[in-house]
Design a protein around this ligand. Structure first.
Ligand code: ATR
Length: 274
């Protein structure tokens, strides 16, 4: 039995072990997924430990998604651009870093959106690490346009300058609110509305278009205030469980070569959250 591990701090709240072990069990694979609480001074040694044949790969979570990069042998181009790794794969004798957060998000979004993503005009709220991954995955899908708004406007400008795409622009939160009906897809990548501050919303939905897709990467609570308001306005909503499941499924595929049953993973996560 080989091990897959989650490297992070804290890790006790993570549902990755339950989710991956459900998928591994369904396929009868000789792998077990465990989480490891890693202190900053143990990071290098923990990553090096993966070279032992007992280990088949790893996920990396907060606060080590960027800090782990110097200890890897190779980093996939898009993970390098984003500056964050959430998945470590053993390729021959090399430890290779990937990022499945943004691509996982987009995979979930494709299932939810009732139209092809290349018709989408997207508003991304937030300009942190999660937003960077999601913007880069959306651009790879050739969405028509992306506007990034953020509490700190200069960070939205910085993201847009770094990514440098003609389909991408920065916007103030106020402008985004007043022109909300321009967007067919609205994505919250901030922590605003997360437990315990569940009454908060990252943006007012006054002029939301009917049948817009509103997606939140938060899954605690299951339905954020943003999603509840969007539902009242006839939007199509998607919570953070989708991103969590698909980032996991894409990592699973990289470790094993098999794309797992996402319904099993989603059911397990939902069961644990309820
Ligand atoms: P992550 O890697 O999860 O994206 P991050 O890099 O710390 O985390 O980014 C957090 C994002 O949530 C940022 O866009 C942040 O806005 P600022 O750049 O203005 O800090 C946003 N955010 C966090 N708390 C917020 C709040 N209370 N109101 C508005 N935006 C908030």
């Amino acid at each position: 039995m080989k091990k897959l591990i989650l490297i992070g701090n804290p890790v006790e709240q993570s549902l990755s072990p339950q989710m991956h072990n459900a998928a591994l069990g369904a396929l009868n694979l000789p792998l077990v997924y465990e989480k490891i609480l890693v202190l900053p001074e143990e990071l290098e040694q923990t990553i090096d430990m993966l070279r032992n044949e007992l280990y088949a790969g790893a996920n990396v979570t907060i606060p080590y998604k960027s800090a782990c990069i110097p200890f890897l042998d190779k980093v996939d181009e898009s993970a390098e651009k984003i500056g964050a790794v959430n998945t470590i794969v053993k390729e021959g004798s090399q430890l290779v870093g990937y990022n499945t957060d943004g691509t996982g998000f987009v995979r979930g979004l494709k299932e939810t959106a009732p139209f092809p993503l290349d018709n989408g005009d997207v508003l991304v709220i937030g300009a942190g690490g999660a937003a960077r991954g999601i913007v880069s995955a959306l651009l790879a899908e050739r969405v028509r346009s992306i506007a990034v708004c953020n509490r700190t406007y200069s960070k939205a400008e910085e993201l847009v300058a770094d990514v440098a795409s003609s389909s991408l622009q920065a916007l103030t939160l106020e402008k985004a609110e007043s022109h909300l009906n321009r967007y067919s897809i609205i994505i919250n990548t901030t922590s605003v509305g997360m437990f315990p501050h569940t009454e908060k919303m990252p943006l007012r939905l006054g002029t939301l278009r009917q049948q817009a897709v509103v997606s939140d990467i938060i899954y605690n609570p299951f339905e954020t205030q943003l999603l509840a308001e969007a539902k009242k306005r006839d939007a199509i909503i998607d919570n953070g469980v989708s991103m969590f499941v698909y980032q996991g499924a894409l990592a699973f595929e990289k470790w094993t070569g098999i794309f797992p049953d996402t319904a099993i993973m989603r059911d397990k996560v939902t069961e644990e959250l309820r």
